[in-house]
Design a protein around this ligand. Structure first.
Ligand SMILES: [Zn+2]
Length: 484
């Protein structure tokens, strides 16, 4: 049995994934219903608004035949038919029947039928904060759809976002007894049984132009949960600190992590985003020891010279505000794409991208965050809540397949990339223009140190996720923190 997590937004639908169902006091607005959710025509008289609850229409999955596989290489066939494998594995026939796919299995949503606030608690209905009212596979739009009733008091922020047509993110728990490789047809029951296509080449094309993905023809859907985004997480962390201050209690970051999964655990991101595990502790130790080296380095040493590529005059961190806006709109794709392209962001720019139009809430703390940078990783390594730091994968991002985001990221290659040629060009620029430290901006706010600690720590988590597969860039990354 394979357990999978599916993000509806990873199908690149042209519609918002979730929308509030327009209701009158007596029932559903039928005009709205037939436009957005025609599939539910026959049930709409049964759907009455309940006190304290809001009905939401959700698009769960897209059929692979229309939408392709999602960004995580999961393909959901719409019905049973014969699939032709371009390179069948030894002993396999060229063609094989797929099981019934979405048409047959989308109704498994109703078996448990609960909506959760976090995918962590998805086993126990007592943590549910909503119910799945009905489900359908929509053959015209070729997608699975749900109508859920959410508890207003537990979903206040998300309902407000939906009412303004802002995106709210979801995650679906799904298990499949086996999945199949699209290229060779190999079936696996566990991850360790993967064929080399699925293990090493997901989403890549074979020479003949066949894409590698996993065929999920027997999906058993067991729950749907809201997912927190980096902006929500940072805002939540700061709010918790305010609350603790007003109640005169101390909040550790362990408390934060325990506050009902307000982060994406690495057990989730490693498996579903990276497809493998990543030794975060070893990397954190490397970053900490690099801090010491930077501290000792003279201006003439190789590290000292490297810093010049990140100083003012080098062109580092010159960024168009429109690019920031675009990156902020698809934060997970942006983080994954930037990491892949070796595009690293200094603290201010990172928070602008992570928080979008809420950056103003933290701007005043940025100078204090800067002062934490020289010893950040050493302090984290010595802290009692190291585990929380290591197991938080919120900023891992996901493989970026959005063309507009890739374009924005490619514009940042000159100004933000750690790639050797970009660093070399910026070194030349700084030697032509002369270098200097960056203006410090707003004066230091001493009173806000608790918030600056939390923000610096979040930035540290971002850097740790960023550096996951580029050990040789740790030195440069330290320059990003120290100089800019
Ligand atoms: Zn294969």
């Amino acid at each position: 049995m394979l357990n999978k997590v599916i993000h509806p937004h990873s199908f690149n639908f042209d519609y918002p994934v979730s929308q509030i169902v327009d209701t009158f006091s007596k029932g559903i607005d039928k005009g709205w219903m037939s436009k957005r959710a025609a599939m539910f025509d026959d049930v709409k008289t049964d759907l009455k608004p309940e006190k304290g609850k809001t009905l939401v229409h959700l698009i769960s999955t897209g059929s692979g035949e229309t939408y392709g596989s999602n960004n995580n290489a999961d393909y959901f066939n719409k019905c049973a038919y014969e699939w032709e494998f371009p390179h069948p594995e030894r002993g396999m026939t060229k063609k094989a029947m797929l099981d019934g796919g979405l048409e047959k299995y989308h109704n498994t949503f109703m078996k448990r039928g609960y909506v959760y606030k976090h995918h962590e608690n998805n086993k126990d209905p007592k943590f549910a904060s909503g119910m799945i009212k009905c489900e359908a596979y929509n053959p015209k739009m070729e997608r699975g759809e749900l109508i859920v009733a959410l508890d207003n008091d537990k979903w206040t922020d998300e309902l407000e976002k939906m009412s303004k047509e802002e995106p709210v993110y979801w995650s679906i728990g799904c298990c499949v007894p086996t999945d199949g490789c699209s290229v060779c047809g190999h079936r696996r029951k566990t991850k360790s049984e993967s064929c080399s296509h699925v293990r090493d080449n997901l989403l890549q094309m074979t020479k003949e132009g066949h894409q590698v993905f996993a065929l999920n023809d027997t999906p058993l859907f067991h729950d749907i949960s809201g997912v927190f985004r980096p902006a929500d997480k940072i805002a939540f962390a700061l709010r918790t600190l305010d609350k603790a201050a007003s109640e005169k209690t101390v909040v550790s970051s362990i408390d934060l992590a325990e506050a009902e999964g307000f982060y994406l655990p690495t057990s989730y991101t490693d498996r579903y985003v990276l497809g493998r595990s990543f030794d975060r502790l070893t990397t954190l130790k490397k970053l900490a020891s690099m801090e010491e080296e930077i501290e000792k380095a003279t201006d003439e040493s190789p590290i000292g010279m490297m810093k010049e590529a990140f100083c003012i005059g080098s062109g580092f961190d010159e960024i168009d505000p429109r690019t920031i806006t675009k990156l902020a709109m698809n934060i997970e794709d942006s983080l994954g794409g930037m990491s892949k392209a070796s595009v690293a962001l200094p603290p201010e720019t990172f928070f602008k991208v992570a928080l979008g139009n809420r950056y103003g809430e933290v701007e005043a703390h940025m100078p204090s965050v800067r002062t934490k940078m020289p010893v950040l990783f050493r302090e984290i390594l010595a802290s009692s809540d190291l585990d929380e730091f290591i197991t938080d994968g919120t900023y891992d991002g996901k493989p970026c397949l959005l063309r507009n985001i890739k374009e924005e990221i490619s514009k940042l290659a000159e100004s933000h990339s750690l790639a050797p040629e970009a660093v070399r060009r910026r070194l030349t620029m700084s030697s032509l223009n002369g270098t200097g430290p960056r203006p410090s901006g707003a004066p230091l706010q001493k009173t806000a140190s608790g918030k600056a600690d939390i923000l610096a720590r979040e930035y540290g988590k971002y850097l740790l996720s960023f550096v996951k597969d580029k050990g040789e860039d740790i030195q440069k990354l330290s320059c990003v923190m120290k100089v800019s």
